[in-house]
Design a protein around this ligand. Structure first.
Ligand code: PRP
Ligand code: URA
Length: 227
């Protein structure tokens, strides 16, 4: 066992961004990310920012969902309109993904929510599954995995594995911060899964934390960090 869990010295740097990766360039996203990263931001404000960023990223991630035609009767006329045709499932990765659920439900009140519990073993950085609330049969067309952090990519890859074994066909990842190492790992394992994030950071440190990152997203939301 190595002394530090993350021993890769090979920085991953993309010459050209992979087509699966969508990094929001929206000024509001960039503004809110600066506040989110700031170490002095307290849990209450941190949770608000996670929620607001999730609205903005969720909006972008849903740009290609299917629409169905319907007739709308305004007070004055009948016109052709559209409603969402795809049923959507939200899969928050416990625990840090919990902070993204309410915002997505505000955008998609009809979405189903299936909790998936994964944590990173601190020694190996491998994901450990401890909770799975997926329904018995597939009930949606599009699955959105919600997790603020894509670090080594182990948790995201495991979550996608679980969803594919269960029958999911269209899966999207929604993260706030992605490390290039995690993006590469997910794309190698699941090239069909688009990744929507607010920022692509520089690299992982030797403990598998994202640099510059924001620290531990779960601790910062729920006030469980040291100090
Ligand atoms: C964090 C984060 C991701 C995972 C990312 O969760 O929310 O799920 O780490 O790391 P990876 O890409 O290297 O797998 P953590 O395991 O700290 O659990 P928590 O949300 O319960 O704090
Ligand atoms: N999980 C986090 O919460 N932060 C990181 O930087 C990496 C994994």
């Amino acid at each position: 066992m190595p002394e530090t869990p993350w021993t890769s010295t090979d920085r991953v740097e993309f010459e050209t961004p992979p087509p699966q990766l969508h990094v929001s360039g929206h000024p509001l996203v960039r503004h809110k990310m600066a506040l989110l990263r700031e170490a002095s931001t307290k849990p209450k404000k941190f949770r608000e920012l996670v929620r607001e960023l999730t609205w903005l990223l969720g909006y972008e991630a849903l740009e290609d969902v299917r629409l169905e035609p319907l007739t709308v009767t305004t007070p004055l006329e009948e016109i052709p309109g559209e409603v969402l045709g795809d049923r959507i499932g939200l899969i928050p990765i416990l625990r840090a993904g919990l902070g993204m659920v309410d915002a997505m439900l505000e955008l998609l009140p009809m979405a189903e929510v299936w909790h998936l519990g994964l944590f990173r073993d601190e020694r190996t950085l491998r994901p450990v599954e401890y909770y799975n609330k997926l329904p018995d049969s597939r009930t949606v067309e599009v699955c959105l995995i919600l997790d603020p952090m894509l670090a080594t990519g182990g948790s995201a890859t495991a979550a996608i594995d679980v969803l594919k074994r269960w029958g999911a066909v269209r899966i999207k990842l929604v993260n706030l911060i992605a490390a290039p190492e995690g993006v590469k790992a997910v794309i190698e394992a699941h090239p069909d899964v688009p990744i929507h994030c607010a920022a692509l950071d520089r690299q992982l440190n030797e403990m598998g934390y994202i640099l510059p990152g924001l620290g531990d997203a779960g601790d910062r939301q729920f006030g469980t960090g040291a100090g």
